[in-house]
Design a protein around this ligand. Sequence first.
Ligand code: CU
Length: 458
Amino acid sequence: MRFDRRLPIPPLIDAGKRGNAIELQVASGKHAFVGGKPTRIYGYAGQIPGPVLRLRRGDEFEVTVENKLDIDTTVHWHGLLVSGDVEGGPHQIIKSGGSWRPRLRVDQPASTLWFHPHLHHDTARQIYMGLSGLIIVDDGSDTKLGLPHAYGIDDLPIVLQDRSFGPDGSLLYDLDPLTIQYGLRGNTIIANGVVGPFARVPGGLVRLRILNAANAQNFDLRFSDKRKFYVVASDAGFVSAPVAMQQLRISPAERFEILVDFSNGRPVMLETGPDRVMGIFGAVSEDDSAGFVPIMRFEPTATAGAAKEIPVSLVAPAAADANRAVRRREFLLDSGFCGGQRPTETGLLPGMCINGKTHDMARIDVETALGTTEVWKIVSRGMAHPFHLHGASFRVLSLSGAPPPAHLAGWKDVVLVEDEAELLVKFSRPATPEHPFMYHCHILEHEDAGMMGQYVCT
Ligand SMILES: [Cu+2]
């Protein structure tokens, strides 16, 4: 790989600077993933990567979404804590040629969120075709904490995905029962929509906002010189203090913000290892199943960064007190096929279940009370499932019976469950039976196959 394409920096849409009224087109377009070979894609504004929305805490903004695709879609604000009627799940369909205009109130801590389609049975393909964008929630804490925050300079969005391409550079997406079972995995890793990019960065501290927007692949990130880096935030907010790490696993839909020190001036590669939970199916290197492959190259410049020191502390979340939980529930995510086959152009495809039931848009599975906290025990069977729920953030109480490592101890909205996990979920937004919240596996082929339930919060 040549690493001769500059890392695309998505356009920044700063809602506050546009009177908190923004527009988003969902359209098809052309994009060259592999040098010089444009191919048909879906994109927000018809482009890959999709824009980054910057939202200020305390603001209310309006989005006009126009669907220019020849298919229906939805736009789900993943991690944004808003009510069920505007969060863009499977019930808020935007018809082909139609539009949708939700008003959204931003009231949550600084965090890196994202948006993507959530149309039942077609989420995986639509995201694979290019529909995803990041959201930055800004609560003013960056300056106070001394964190890099110059967008595109020392604060870089990095969206990681895996893809497979045809000889003409086009995206390949074919579903069969085996692909559904393991989730679709590509043989090439892209960052911000291109293969093998490089980024020039200041020779100092740089913040990377990393999103795993892959359909199924867990990335296992490290730098080629094994340097330490510091996790400062997980999905829904800062961790209490920077966590020094040399290797970081990031599962589908998870976000981590990390600080990397480039002050030694040496170029370095960001690499990923195999998806450890998938055995031989998780290899990323064609010749060595244990090998790491380079994703992108960082080239420090002679310019010093604005931020000099790793902060000593960040924002400590309140203690995760399981005694406050009003009830306990258990969810079994099983990648064996259950009932509910769905017809497609290529024949019947099998369904997947939570607690023995495949997704049904007309069935409410769980009723919760607004303002309460519950313990949700998630059990994975068959393989590791990244569990996500809408309309709430949670704290990880335990993973396989042990307390979570420091970088997973803050507020989150996705967690990879290898065998079992206990989560303390705080229900702070309402959802009615007409517009319920989802909980589901974020392996997109599992979700489309029905590994998804619905809850109300009243
Ligand atoms: Cu799954």
